[in-house]
Design a protein around this ligand. Structure first.
Ligand SMILES: *Cc1c(COP(=O)(O)O)cnc(C)c1O
Length: 456
């Protein structure tokens, strides 16, 4: 088989500013060893997130000029609405400025003290928006998904038995809705199978609980279903996506991921009463329901992006480029979550740095080192992001300590990725020199964004 090449040519470029290792040591220290505090201009390859970092196509940029900025009833909204309807089949499409705004609106209405929301794995903003209302966010990931070293096709699947048990124990009246996140971002970007979505829906139906999809990477998930699940090999991506959404009663989406846009999101709903409540809240917090916190041009870019993301040659390149990075890391002995997920490679920090305990944040230590060695920005997904404290103030670590290397869509070429590989492999060879961190400042919620660290 020949090399799968980028299915695009580059029309517009953005220069990268190079820094020296000495400069980066000083920059990292000044940033409190937190990658979120580093200026983007001081980063060589930015793998902090795949969110809002996509390169837009010529047609999306043309859409930016063509956007209709009418306050009410903009034609860009109707194009956006039509495209989201085409994919999700949902009746009520509500634009928001990004995914968490959809979550905020939804959970403000259905959340509250005494309520529980199961998911395969809640993304951090979803969890925060649920907990902010006093409700509880519960992760019911299948066992395989918790073991980075086990290779399986659908490690994002929800544990259906656990879900049934959970509903019986908690009482269906305390569960306003159940969610499935596709792909499972916090669990390694691993896909969820159609069969699992179908089974979860059956359980939800039995107990009369609506099923919502956290749809940020629905196209990547659909591509994995096409490649890995029996009976889907010949189905077009759009058909697979439609089937996924056919099992759902609603969806939250960040268009900054599979919308191939730099900003935006939506809530898609079938329940008229809930849609009405969401729109009323939207008007207070985001804007009128035909723009929802976005400019008309943003809606145009998202509508176009949602067409392009269904293109199979794009998805093939997308999934392959992540897999390429993963394959070569595995070949060099670097421990990662296997198989590679859709949008990112996750380094398993526990196996990378077995001598640094979770209390000293091994993931954060790797993040710091990749920046110093090669100007690569990554992010910790482990005890910094999800750690809690017990009554005695001791850390309760999450099951995994990971470092995420998220790949922006259509931004970097193979030689950029080869450079990333060289830096990671070199860091891995010198891993004995890495030291743990301690937190010297943290905010009460979503602390990873603003925490400051010192090297132990
Ligand atoms: C990014 C993301 C969100 C939140 O979306 P934002 O646009 O960043 O607010 C929610 N869920 C998942 C799975 C995500 O990846």
């Amino acid at each position: 088989m020949k090399t799968i090449i980028e299915p695009f040519k580059i029309k517009s470029v953005e220069p990268i500013r190079f820094t020296t290792k000495e400069e980066r040591i000083a920059i990292l220290k000044k940033a409190g060893y937190n990658p979120f505090m580093i200026h983007a201009d001081d980063v060589i390859i930015d793998l902090l997130t795949d969110s809002g970092t996509s390169a837009m196509s010529a047609k999306q940029w043309a859409g930016i000029m063509d956007g209709d900025e009418a306050y009410a009833g903009s034609k860009s909204f109707y194009r956006f609405e039509k495209q989201v309807e085409k994919i999700t089949g949902m009746k009520y499409i509500i634009p928001t400025h990004q995914g968490r705004a959809s979550e905020k609106i939804l959970f403000s209405i259905v959340g509250g003290k005494g309520k529980y929301f199961p998911n395969n794995t809640h993304f951090d903003t979803t969890r925060a928006n649920i907990e902010f209302t006093g409700a509880e966010a519960v992760d019911l990931l299948n066992e395989t998904g918790k073991h980075p070293e086990i290779r399986a096709d659908f490690k994002g699947n929800m544990d259906v038995e656990k879900l049934t048990e959970f509903i019986k124990k908690t009482g269906k009246e305390n569960i306003p809705l159940c969610m499935i996140t596709i792909t499972n971002n916090s669990g390694g970007g691993q896909p969820v199978s159609m069969q699992n979505i179908r089974e979860v829906k059956e359980v939800c139906n039995k107990y009369d609980i609506p099923l919502f999809i956290d749809a940020c990477r629905f196209a990547e998930n659909a591509y994995f279903i096409k490649k890995r699940e029996k009976g889907y090999g010949n189905k077009p991506i759009i058909e697979i996506a439609k089937e996924i959404f056919s099992y759902a009663d609603g969806a939250t989406m960040s268009a900054k991921k599979d919308g191939l846009a730099n900003i935006g999101g939506f809530l898609a709903l079938n329940d008229e009463d809930l849609a009405m409540k969401c729109r009323n809240l939207l008007i207070v917090t985001e804007g009128f329901p035909t723009y929802g916190g976005l400019a008309g041009r943003d809606l145009e870019a998202i509508a176009q992006g949602l067409e392009e993301v269904l293109d199979e040659s794009y998805l093939q390149y997308r999934i392959r480029s992540v897999e390429y990075l993963g394959e070569r890391l595995v070949a060099a002995g670097v421990p990662i979550i296997e198989p590679p997920g859709g949008h990112a490679i996750y380094i398993d920090a526990k196996r990378f740095l077995p001598d640094i305990p979770p209390e000293q944040f091994p993931g954060q230590a790797i993040v710091g080192s990749l920046y110093v060695e090669g100007g690569i920005r990554s992010v910790e997904i482990g005890s910094v992001m999800f750690g809690k404290y017990d009554e005695k103030g001791r850390l309760i670590p999450p099951p995994m300590e990971l470092v995420r290397l998220a790949i922006p869509r259509r931004v970097y070429t193979q030689s950029h990725i080869d450079y990333v590989l060289e830096v990671i492999i070199e860091t891995f060879k010198n891993r004995k020199n890495l030291r743990g961190y301690k937190i010297v400042y943290e905010a009460p919620m979503l602390r990873h964004f603003t925490a400051r660290f010192e090297v132990i």
